[in-house]
Structure formats: C-alpha cells, structure tokens
Design a protein around this ligand. Structure first.
Ligand code: MSP
Length: 644
C-alpha cells in the first residue's frame, strides 16, 4: 500500500481579496503535494476558509450583507482563484459548514466535561482585529496590541478557558523529542522561548458577538475563532463522526504536514498540539512556518498601492511565470521581496534564456540534424558526457533532499544548476561543428541524445513546480507517459525521442525595461487588470444575439443631460423617418461637441426607458477599461446600415 501524505494550508479569512502572500502558501503546498504524488504517495491536500469571528461580521456589515452571503461570495471567488492557479486541492473546508460546526461543538463539550475547558472571567486588553486578549505584560507601548500594533480596549467578560498551563511541560518535552516538529529551526526556538515564559490559560469563547459557533451547553458563548479554525484540520477528515475513514487513513497515516506563514506560528505550534493532547489525538504533524512576501518598501500595503494580486499577474504574464517566481524567490527561512524588476528578470533569465532556450535549441537541432528522431547509441561517448551525467545524478539527490525538507526554493536552484550544466554541455560539445563532418554523425547523435535525456529529467523534476511547462516539454520532446515518472529518473531510461517539427517557445523573452514599467503600472492598478474569464456556464445562443437589432447611426446633436452629470442626451439618425433620442453615460469621456457627426453602433430595439426625465430609445455601444471609455465608431458605413 502507498504511504499517505496529508498536507494543509491555513484556512483563509474571507476579509479581502487574496494577494500573492496567501497565494504563496497555497502554491507551496500544491508543489509539495504534487512532488509527493510523483513519489508515489497517496496524497490528500486540504485548504479552505475561516469564516467566523467579529472581523468577518464587521466586513459583511460594511458591505451591507448578511455574513453568510458575504462568506459565500468570498469562498466562491477563492475557489475560482485556486482553480486558475491549478491548485490540486482535494477538499475545501468552510468553517460555516455543518460538517465542521458539529465537530467543533462536540470537541468543546468534551473538553468542558473533562475539565480541560472551564468557565471564568476575563479581565484584560482585547485587540479586535486579532481577536485576542493580552495581559498587561504582553501589551506594547500605550496598551497597543503586541501582534499588530493597533489600539486595544479594556474588557471584562465571562469566558471559557483552555488549560494551556496543564500541558506546558508535556509540550516542551514533545518539542525536544521531535526535533523536526517545527521548521525552520529559528521558528522552533521562538516557540520554545515563548512556552518557557509560562503559558497562561487561553480564553476560548466570546460573548460580545454572534457570528461564530455556539457553545451547545451555554449558547450565549461562541467558540473562539482560533479553536474553531484549528479544528478544521481534523473536522475535514470526518473526525468524531461515523464517517471517519479519512481521519483514520490520513491523520493516523504516514505524514501529516501543516504549512503556515510565520504570523500564525504560535497558534499552530502551541494551541493546536495542546488541543490535540487534550483530545487524546496523536500530535503527529510537522509544522512548517515560512516567511513573508513583501514589497520593496516593506509590507505590501493597499494604501501605497503595493499589493500584488495573483490574477493580475496571471492575466498579463501567465501561471507558470507566477508559480516559478513565488516558489523560487522566498528563501527557506526568511522573507522574500516581490519587485517588478526581479519578476521580469526571473522570466527573462531563468525561464526564457536558461530553460526555454535549451529546449528550443535541442528540438531545433534534433530536427535539423536527425529529422526529428534521436536514438540512444551507447557505443559512442563524448568526453563531456560523464560530467553531465554526474551532475544529473547529484541534482536528483539534492532536489529530493530539499523537497523533503520544505526547501522548495533550494530544489529549484539545484534544478537550474542542471539546466545551466546542460547548456554548458552544448558549448563543450559544439554540435554545429560535429555536424560538419559526416564521420562525426554518431558522436552528434550521442550529444543530441544527452540533451534530450537531460531535458526529460528536467521535465520530471519540474512537474511539481511548473505543471504546464513540464507537460509542454514532454509533448514537444515526445516523452512517453511511462518516462515521465519518478521511477524513470535514470540516465538512459529514455531510448528514443520523436520531437515536434516546430518547437513552440515556452517563455518568450520580454522587453525588460518596457515590461518592468508596465508591471509597475499594473500593480498600482493603472491598467485594466481584471480580464475576466468567460463565464462558460452562461453562454448566449445565436438566437439570443439575433434578437438584438444593431444599426449604424449618425449623431446629429448632443447636449448635457439637464439633471445628471454623467449623462449626455443624443439625437441620432438611424436611417429612419425621424431621429431617435438616446441617453448615454458618456459625459465624463466626451463633450457634446466632439460627438456630432460621428457614426456609432446603436441597439434600436431595446425597450425605451426614461432616465432622469429624458426618454432613451436605444443604446450605443462603447468599450471601456478602468482608465477610459471609447464609443465604437465606424467610418465607411451609412446611417441605418445593419450590424451583425
Ligand atoms: N484564518 C487564519 C488562519 C487559520 S488556520 C487554522 C489566517 N488567515 S489569513 O487569511 O490571514 O492568512 C493566513 C496565511 O496567509 C498566513 O499564515 C500566511 O500563510 C499567508 N500570508 C499572508 N500574508 C502573507 C505574505 N505577505 N507572505 C506570505 N504569506 C502570507 O491567518
């Protein structure tokens, strides 16, 4: 039976649009899941949404929505984003789902009964955005929140408490006995010193708002959002229900991995294991807490216009480009910086030059010298072969070691060193010179084979990182499915390559300067960034389209609407006996004078409406983006001509 691998992301707050920071965690877990699947593990990848709490209630209020409608919308958007990013999650849990709520309520009651959760009163300082209480000694200057720096307010309320203190020693021992429990090492040290300062019992319920899971035996309390949220890792597997096969299989399986950002280390490294200990569930997960993506000037900030959104990047530059940058640029133990310069450079140097060119050159040469087919011929060797083959073996080992210890960026570095080594092999063997002498044909074939076989290896190791590019590589190089597996990572396993006749460059080179400037504008939101995908679920039929009567119309006259700043009132000749009046929302973009005499496209069979007292008998067509709107204009046609 295959070994199991269960990996989770934090569940995200539906409080705003997800940026490249949250995306990083999700792509990182996706790469690890794909890697483990490649290695033959039975994998299960969980992600989802953390939908309760005061903060979410407030955001929904601000949008004038019921919290449930708000979170439904955000969950839909988030799933659509993960689908766009080709995230191979197996389950998407939402804490508002019944399957989750029942488990949390059950856990809470069990812990009350056991005496691990008790009722008391909380007096202290409360940070609303962080939904956390702090003691005097924990507070920052002027009673500010030690985590986010914002103002806290003094509160006294009845609250349930989880006896963290009871488990303090056991947790410290556990961490000592399991040196790999928390990575990187620096994060582990932070956790240990935090525990050593002494753990206060944790307030685990709230009475000041409603948007949460009610405590069954005392419903004026809702469960603290972190207890609610952390439980998702087992509720999603069916823990505590009649249907708990997944829990038995994956939680009690071979590997369980929680990946989070460094910001929520304490919750995962202290509260979560203690909760599990109290529930008598084995603490058999590993926790990896990665650093943060920042802008050049520090934290990404909406007000400074420095937040980078993944869909924007994908729209303009592509999915693999984004995945590559995110996974390559964040170091194992530190923070990473996203700058337009570095993003464009990575595309140009790493993807277009080093990798893309290697594939292109290899395929072109195999076509040119061998009509597109190359075979292994072990009777011939070149003196440069051994070094390349050695590098290849070493790369596989390094890559494996790195991926097994959450060092995805290091794994990519080793892979790129193989790419550079393979490029160097071309310089060493100079195929274009070998091609000049007929008696060097076998040598040349051996060289070409080495290039193709190295690329096959590169393609396999790239699978978890760049799923699209690796598939394209296999296709262009003609690699059979059985030679795309981890087991086939052995030099010489590929025997024949039938390459495509015309390679299609995977990563075209970009004009650095121009694109960097453009990307800066895109990040600041100056370019139309939301190129929405076509909604395939709502297609129009030809009949729908034919219902519209579209005609060319000449604008005879135009004036400002007497009662609305944004509207113009137009009189147009659509080839009929009388002119028509149309009211159009284009006053911001056109003066009435500038429109006279233009021939535009108008829908003439819309039901007439009255807009602020002016009758409108049609609609004119215009295109727009965030910056401008342009009325569609024609030149050679006449008023009344049909548009279809
Ligand atoms: N809802 C909690 C998690 C509960 S898990 C039981 C939460 N959600 S969050 O939406 O605020 O985002 C969580 C995660 O997003 C962080 O832990 C981190 O993984 C990721 N990141 C948020 N900003 C980030 C960066 N700027 N860079 C990298 N990762 C970042 O906390």
């Amino acid at each position: 039976m295959n070994k199991t691998y269960y990996i989770t992301t934090p569940i995200y707050y539906p409080s705003g649009k997800l940026h490249i920071g949250n995306t990083y965690t999700t792509v990182f877990c996706d790469a690890l899941k794909r890697y483990k699947a490649l290695r033959g593990f039975d994998t299960y990848y969980l992600t989802g949404m953390d939908e309760h709490g005061k903060k979410i209630e407030t955001v929904a209020e601000e949008r004038d929505m019921h919290p449930l409608d708000h979170v439904d919308e955000m969950a839909k958007e988030t799933r659509a984003l993960w689908d766009r990013l080709d995230i191979t999650y197996d389950d998407f849990i939402r804490t508002t789902e019944k399957r989750h709520k029942t488990v949390v309520q059950k856990i809470f009651e069990q812990l009350i009964e056991q005496g691990d959760i008790y009722l008391g009163t909380y007096k202290g300082f409360y940070c609303m955005p962080c939904e956390s209480f702090f003691t005097d000694t924990q507070l920052g200057e002027n009673n500010t929140c030690p985590d986010c720096g914002r103002e806290t307010s003094q509160l006294e309320e009845e609250s349930y408490f989880l006896r963290l203190s009871k488990y303090q020693k056991r947790l410290l021992n556990f961490i000592e006995e399991h040196p790999d429990f928390i990575t990187p090492e620096t994060r582990k040290n932070e956790v240990v010193s935090f525990i050593k300062q002494g753990l206060n019992d944790l307030s685990v319920s709230r009475t000041t708002f409603d948007w949460g899971i009610k405590v069954i035996s005392n419903p004026k309390h809702v469960v603290y959002v972190w207890i609610d949220a952390l439980s998702n890792y087992i509720s999603a597997l069916g823990y505590g229900t009649d249907n708990d096969e997944k829990f038995q299989k994956y939680w009690h399986g071979d590997e369980v991995v929680h990946v989070t950002g460094k910001d929520i280390l304490r919750f995962h490294a202290i509260y979560w294991p203690i909760l599990l200990m109290a529930l008598d569930i084995p603490v058999n997960f590993r926790l990896h807490a990665h650093g943060f993506y920042q802008a050049k000037e520090g934290k990404m900030s909406k007000s400074k216009g420095s937040v980078v959104y993944p869909d924007t990047i994908i729209n303009h530059y592509g999915l693999d480009e984004l995945r590559y940058f995110l996974l390559r640029e964040l170091p194992y133990a530190g923070d990473g910086i996203f700058t337009p310069e570095s993003f464009i450079e990575r595309i140009n140097y790493d993807l277009a030059n080093d990798f893309g060119n290697l594939l292109n050159r290899t395929i072109s040469m195999i076509n040119k010298y061998f009509d597109g087919t190359i075979n292994r011929n072990p009777d011939f060797t070149h003196e440069a072969d051994a070094a390349l083959e050695k590098h290849l073996d070493e790369t596989i080992l390094q890559y494996k070691e790195s991926m097994d210890s959450f060092k995805v960026s290091e794994a990519i570095k080793s892979l790129w060193s193989l790419i550079s080594r393979t490029n160097k092999y071309i310089d060493e063997t100079t195929p274009w010179i070998l091609a000049k002498s007929e008696d060097k044909k076998d040598d040349l074939e051996n060289v070409m084979y080495h290039l193709a076989e190295s690329l096959r290896h590169i393609g396999i190791l790239l699978t978890p990182i760049l799923p699209d590019a690796s598939q394209a590589l296999f296709k262009q190089l003609g690699v059979l499915e059985r030679l795309q597996t981890w087991e086939s990572l052995e030099f010489g396993a590929g025997k024949t390559f039938d390459v495509v006749a015309k390679p299609n460059p995977l990563f075209p080179r970009l004009d650095s300067e121009k694109e960097t400037e453009r990307l800066k504008g895109i990040i600041r939101g100056e370019e139309d960034e939301d190129i929405e995908p076509v909604d395939e679920t709502n297609l129009a039929t030809l009949d729908d389209f034919n219902k519209l009567d579209l005609r060319i119309a000449e604008i005879l006259n135009a004036k400002y609407h007497p009662n609305a700043d944004k509207l113009l009132v137009l009189s147009v000749d659509a080839g009929e006996k009388e002119p028509r009046q149309i009211v159009a929302g284009i006053a911001k973009d056109y003066t009435p004078e500038s429109l006279k005499g233009r021939k535009v496209v108008v829908i003439v069979n819309l039901e007439p409406v009255t807009l602020r007292g002016e009758r409108s008998e049609g609609m004119l067509l215009a295109g727009s983006n965030k910056k401008k709107l342009e009325v569609l204009t024609v030149q050679g046609l006449n008023a009344g001509d049909h548009v279809s």
